[in-house]
Design a binder for this molecule. Structure first.
Ligand SMILES: Nc1ncnc2c1ncn2[C@@H]1O[C@H](COP(=O)(O)OP(=O)(O)OP(=O)(O)O)[C@@H](O)[C@H]1O
Length: 893
């Protein structure tokens, strides 16, 4: 295997072992797994659920049904097994564009992947390459894999290749209870019979227990391991606003920030509207405000949609106004805002749609603006959109539930988590950076309303009684407005005299039209009555029908013993119609100070800014942002040349880190071990980024090693006694030469060909300290090169210190680092891997060198390529001698 020197040390591994022991006692990942994870995928550790899945696939060949929050890292679960084991994973996904992006992204990272679909060009060549074992990950459309040709191909692949896994992405599409049911996905039940012995991994971000059961039975999963990562997305701030009368732009400003006097969105933004017409309207208004944006909906041609999508993911335009057609497959990691201008269809869709925000883990906002009219629009879309009564009813129930989310005054995050059956034990106290309701509770003294009790509930029983009775009196089939007109005592000619003379006529005139509409909506959502569209030759309208629950209510309401109260938290549109009680300050309450709309700004926005200015001054921040912008521009250029998305090259977070840490060489960049920046990517793009930094940042002030170590001490907990010696010499002001000279002198004075533990440790320590200081961006006084005629073969007290090439290293990692040749020469390879050097020191220490039991010097009798074949050197008198005692002499290590 290649050199993996940037990977793990023992402490990292131990920490991970502890972490995984906590996950059901599963065997933790081994160093080999972590090395591949780091080298190929650029991550230092598995997220706990990832490893649980991967380990069950690799070790037990078990089926899995994984429900993991958006952005948790589902792809790694199916990509890792075949990359690690050298086999093949077949991935089935509903969208070709999504698969194309994934193939491109893997290709950029040097992971061989391909796509097979019925409409694929060059299919023959791709298939040939598959059987030449050229791909680790093969994406397949559902139609392809269930068709006759695809089926035979899969069977053939199973015979000839090591097919490790079939992964079914977006598995909720298989269930009619999911929010995105797809007929082709039903066909996937055949996969089990096509590849009966290959484990199946079904993954989705959204699945209630009903959907999960559907997935398991449809795919015929056998004793599947069911995994929940939890649904929480802590970096998403959730808020809901009623649409106001001051127009779209006025509303949207609640989701925008003011920058240099202009209203802007704080980063890439998706604005979802319910209809195509609305997308056009909103886009038009934003463009008039000077905000560049594009629209996306199913009415555009495929080419137009592709262009819009590409403009967005390639950072050419940062605001997209879309219908839900712009949903699955938006893998852009740095979307900062997902706005719903109009309610979402249901909770599952909403979770999936807001899931597009903040996949990079950075704080992001999810904001809904809704009005009651949205409910009507959604209803009409639903009525024309679904074939069967059953699915229509299911969808209606889902919309009703979502409305509760809009109207809740409790924590929105908890509401979502409870819906998806998250078992995490969250307390009900308001939480910072969570949602608008929590913020309000934390920031404001609650406003008290008349008619609302001390628990925050309003009793709607009497109002419900009046409205439902009016429906009963007038009979089913009228539009809601007719019943409201009746209650409000309308004298319109449309109201028959029979009704006008009824005692109930006008009994509700003390309340407004809007009041009754709110009451009606609450009762409709609770299924006291329902609405249905009635089509007439020239128009259509929504007719109202009392439901069983409504009829039962009317029977019970007059019977004191059976009368059930309707108590609800007043939703926002009802709240605005309630009279506020006069404000009475209490000693405990935090006074509510009305400021410039601060209450609308998520707390995190306020605190984040504060933290930033706390740690760096304005000039430094400006400088950092300047570098960051240049790096972004460089990434855009690179992406353009490679015809890929910028985020496939490096995430914004990586570029932010580069702008902060400013590595001036590719080696220094590697040392930073930035998450997601794999060795392959650094090798491809590192120099380009480093050049930008070098151009923008004049060489930093040259510092002494002592100053750097004083400023950035090595973590004390990791200091071994021997590093401490070398380290304390640096800190006491000795130059590298002087330290090296000391080491050399010991060797010299001993006049022997034997290697001492100090010498080996000194090499290690020297390297450790050098690595430590290279992490920082300073230029430092160089380690002085020794005068030598032959760089590759330097004499050191009769021992040969040899630099050798990387290719030679690959044969045997540990022993290549330091070995004793036949004639007792020590060969030290430059850039030796610390782990290997440490292993060698351990070998010598445990072999008796320290306790003096061994009498032999280091020899190499049999196989010089394995550290276990070293015999421990004899204990030396000089071992305890301080390196500081020795007079200086120049040497190169
Ligand atoms: N072990 C890990 N350590 C750090 N980052 C990781 C790890 N695994 C995945 N990631 C990162 O998390 C991000 C999301 O990963 P991925 O695209 O697989 O998410 P997902 O679960 O498929 O999300 P979605 O449902 O939104 O498609 C990616 O940027 C990925 O690089």
């Amino acid at each position: 295997m290649d050199d993996l020197s940037n990977s793990f040390n023992d402490d990292d591994e131990k920490e991970l072992i502890d972490q995984f022991k906590a996950v059901d006692g599963i065997e933790p990942p081994h160093k080999e797994h972590l090395d591949v994870l780091f080298k190929i995928f650029g991550h230092k550790e598995f997220r706990p659920m990832q490893w649980k899945i991967i380990s069950s696939i690799i070790n037990d060949r078990r089926d899995n049904c994984a429900i993991m929050a958006t952005g948790y890292g589902k792809s790694l679960c199916y990509q890792f097994p075949s990359v690690y084991c050298g086999g093949v994973t077949i991935v089935i996904s509903p969208l070709i564009s999504l698969m194309e992006d994934q193939v491109l992204s893997l290709t950029v990272a040097n992971i061989p992947a391909c796509l097979l679909g019925t409409a694929q060009t060059q299919q023959k060549k791709v298939i040939e390459d598959i059987f030449d074992n050229k791909y680790s990950i093969i994406y397949v459309t559902p139609e392809f894999c269930c068709g006759e040709f695809g089926r035979n191909l899969l069977i053939d692949m199973d015979k000839k290749l090591n097919v490790m896994l079939v992964a079914i992405d977006e598995a909720h599409c298989i269930s009619s209870w999911g929010h995105d049911f797809r007929h082709q996905y039903r066909e996937l039940s055949k996969v089990r019979s096509i590849l009966p012995y290959v484990p199946i991994l079904a993954v989705t971000a959204t699945a209630t227990s009903r959907v999960r059961k559907d997935i398991i039975s449809s795919l015929q999963l056998r004793d599947p391991q069911i995994i929940y990562s939890g649904f929480d997305r802590p970096n998403l701030y959730l808020s809901v606003y009623l649409k106001e009368n001051n127009g779209v732009i006025g509303d949207l400003r609640n989701a925008m920030i003011k920058q240099h006097g202009e209203w802007v969105f704080s980063g890439p933004t998706i604005i979802y509207c319910i209809t195509r017409k609305q997308t056009e309207h909103v886009a038009d208004l934003l463009q008039r405000e000077g905000i560049k944006c594009l629209i996306y909906h199913a009415g555009l041609t495929i080419k137009q949609r592709k262009d819009v999508h590409e403009n967005f993911v390639r950072d050419k335009v940062s605001v997209i106004i879309a219908t839900v057609a712009f949903g699955m497959g938006i893998d852009k990691p740095d979307v900062r805002n997902v706005v719903h201008y109009g309610a979402a269809r249901d909770m599952e869709s909403y979770y999936q749609e807001v899931g597009r925000a903040g996949r990079d883990g950075q704080p992001s906002q999810c904001t809904i603006f809704y009005s009651n009219a949205d409910l009507e629009i959604l209803r009409s879309l639903r009525e024309f959109g679904y074939a069967t009564e059953k699915t229509k009813e299911q969808k209606e129930a889902m919309t009703r539930f979502f409305w509760k989310y809009l109207e809740t005054t409790g924590c929105r995050r908890q509401f979502i988590l409870q819906h998806f059956e998250d078992t995490s034990n969250r307390n009900s106290q308001p939480v910072l950076k969570c949602c608008d309701n929590c913020t309000k509770k934390l920031k404001h003294t609650p406003v008290e309303y008349e008619e609302v009790d001390s628990n925050g509930l309003i009793d709607l029983t009497d109002y419900a009684h009046m409205l439902l009775t009016s429906m009963n009196v007038m009979g089913d089939g009228f539009g809601l407005n007719s019943y409201i007109m009746f209650l409000r005592g309308s004298k319109s000619s449309r109201m028959s005299t029979k009704f006008q003379s009824h005692p109930l006529h006008g009994s509700g005139k003390h309340k407004s039209d809007n009041w009754w509409k709110c009451i009606a909506r609450i009762l409709e959502l609770e299924k006291y009555f329902s609405k249905q569209t009635v089509k007439k030759p020239t128009f259509s309208y929504c007719a109202t029908y009392l439901c069983e629950k409504g009829k039962q209510f009317l029977k019970d309401v007059t019977n004191e013993s059976r009368r059930a109260k309707i108590l609800v938290e007043p939703p926002p549109d009802l709240r605005v119609l309630l009279k506020k009680k006069p404000y009475k300050p209490t000693t405990n309450s935090i006074p509510y100070v009305k400021t410039n709309n601060v209450s609308n700004i998520p707390i995190e926005k306020i605190s984040r800014n504060k933290t930033e200015t706390d740690v760096e001054g304005d000039t430094q921040k400006e400088e950092r942002m300047k570098i960051y912008r240049k790096l972004l521009a460089k990434r855009t250029d690179l992406a353009f040349c490679l015809d890929c998305m910028p985020y496939m090259i490096a995430s914004n977070e990586i570029l932010m880190n580069l702008a902060q840490l400013r590595p001036r060489s590719v080696d220094a960049l590697k040392q930073l071990k930035l998450d997601g920046f794999t060795e392959a990517k650094i090798n491809k793009f590192g120099e380009e980024f480093v050049q930008v930094i070098r151009q923008l940042c004049p060489p930093a002030e040259r510092k002494s090693i002592k100053d750097i170590l004083n400023e950035f001490p090595i973590d004390d907990t990791k200091l071994t006694p021997s590093i401490e010696i070398t380290y304390s010499m640096f800190k006491s002001g000795k130059t590298v030469e002087e330290i090296a000279d000391n080491i050399f002198l010991i060797v010299k004075q001993r006049c022997s060909d034997e290697v001492t533990l100090e010498e080996i440790k000194a090499v290690i320590n020297y390297k450790k300290i050098r690595e430590h200081i290279e992490k920082y961006t300073y230029d430092y006084e160089e380690f002085d090169p020794i005068d030598t005629e032959d760089d590759d073969n330097t004499k050191l007290a009769g021992k040969t210190i040899t630099s050798t090439t990387a290719s030679e290293k690959s044969t045997c990692k540990n022993a290549d680092i330091l070995e004793i040749t036949d004639n007792d020469k020590i060969i030290c390879i430059e850039d030796a891997d610390d782990l290997a050097l440490n292993a060698l020191v351990d070998e010598i220490e445990t072999g008796g060198y320290l306790n003096g039991t061994s009498t032999n010097k280091c020899t190499n009798d049999t196989d010089t390529h394995h550290p276990h074949n070293f015999e421990p050197p004899p204990k030396k008198q000089k071992y305890s001698r301080s390196l500081l005692d020795s007079p200086p002499r120049r040497v190169k290590l």
